[in-house]
Design a protein around this ligand. Structure first.
Ligand code: DP6
Length: 327
């Protein structure tokens, strides 16, 4: 029913096989599939109500203006056209993820918005349709509709209806940890969308697209077998390959800082000592380490000791997007 205030919550996800390049930027259709792990406790709560005087958006307690507000309101427009309504909306989002630090808060934001805004508009979408809708706000948000290990399909259709995510393993199906070393809380200089545009200039980009299916098959198999070393190896490979594209792009793109490199070497040194941790890095300088629960404390402690590391979080596999309707 239109007019009911709806609140939803979604968690961030970290890709193990990365999404890095679009086959259709307007619809956020990816050039390749990707596989991720949703993380508990790093999330965004979104509340939406239609039938107010004018469109208004509040992000983390402040009235939103500029590109952030535009992006949310464009998303609200999209839902309005799908629901065939004209009513104005009030949208409030609150994040427990530091903004712009490469922890993909946009994934949690648009997954929670997909649920809250569509329900407030009177739509009753199932998870696959919510995934397709969330994708329109930010590609990686398609995966945050689900918990645990998730695959987002490239899809073949020009309208993108088959470019949706699906769960591979529920959060309780495999107990792993993701240790996150934050090396900078400054807002990132080059957004993911811009980074992907630049990636397309790299001579390494065609090889990235060509080898994606192999990485996805390897990750799928390893996740089904709950084989941490196999998942870790393909995740590390996918991340380093993604960043190699940027080094060869014009102009070049390097998200890493000194502490990023030092964290990678620290994890590799721990591996020599038998600690099973594997790094992945997104469009920012943070280092995330996939590991067994029994190794998480040792890895977190080691990364805390790396100069330049501001803080270290340890995350569990997280739940998918959830809704709560106010009476
Ligand atoms: C490096 O989903 O933020 O985190 O679709 O342009 O909003 P847009 O990009 P976004 O890109 C995420 C890129 C990544 C890898 C990944 O999450 O797969």
């Amino acid at each position: 029913m239109l007019g009911a205030e709806t609140t939803a919550r979604a968690n961030v996800n970290v890709a193990l096989v990365k999404y890095w390049g679009k086959r259709d930027p307007a619809l956020n259709l990816p050039a390749t599939g990707s596989i991720s792990l949703t993380l508990e406790g790093l999330g965004v709560e979104a509340t939406c109500v239609f039938g107010v005087e004018s469109d208004r958006c509040t992000i983390d307690g402040d009235a939103a203006v500029g590109p952030d507000a535009d992006r949310v309101l464009r998303f609200v427009d999209l839902v309005r056209s799908e629901a065939r309504i004209e009513a104005r909306a009030r949208v409030v989002t609150t994040s427990s993820v530091p903004k712009g630090v490469g922890l993909a808060s946009s994934a949690a934001a648009f997954a929670s918005l997909a649920v809250a805004v569509s329900r407030a508009a009177g739509l009753r979408l199932e998870a696959p349709a919510l995934s397709a809708l969330a994708r329109r706000g930010s590609g990686s948000a398609a995966r945050s509709i689900y918990g645990g290990f998730v695959e987002w399909h490239r899809g073949e259709r020009a309208d993108g209806r088959d470019s949706i995510a699906e769960p591979l393993l529920a959060p309780g199906d495999w107990d792993v940890r993701m240790v996150v070393a934050v090396t900078s809380t400054a807002r990132k200089a080059v957004s993911s969308s811009d980074g992907m545009r630049r990636a397309a200039t790299s001579p390494l980009y065609p090889a990235w697209v060509e080898t994606a299916e192999r990485d996805l098959a390897e990750a799928r198999r390893a996740i089904a077998a709950r084989d941490l070393d196999a998942v870790g190896q393909v995740a590390e490979h996918s991340a380093l390959k993604m960043h190699a594209i940027g080094l060869a792009a014009r102009p070049p793109l390097l998200y890493w800082r000194g502490a990023t490199v030092d964290c990678v070497h620290r994890v590799w040194a721990l591996r020599e000592e038998g600690v099973r941790g594997y790094v992945t890095i997104d469009a920012g300088p943070q280092v995330k380490v996939l590991c067994a629960p029994s190794d998480a404390e040792r890895i977190a402690g080691a990364l805390r000791g790396v100069p330049g590391v501001e803080r270290v979080l340890t995350c569990l596999p997280g739940r998918g997007a959830e809704t709560r309707e106010c009476p």
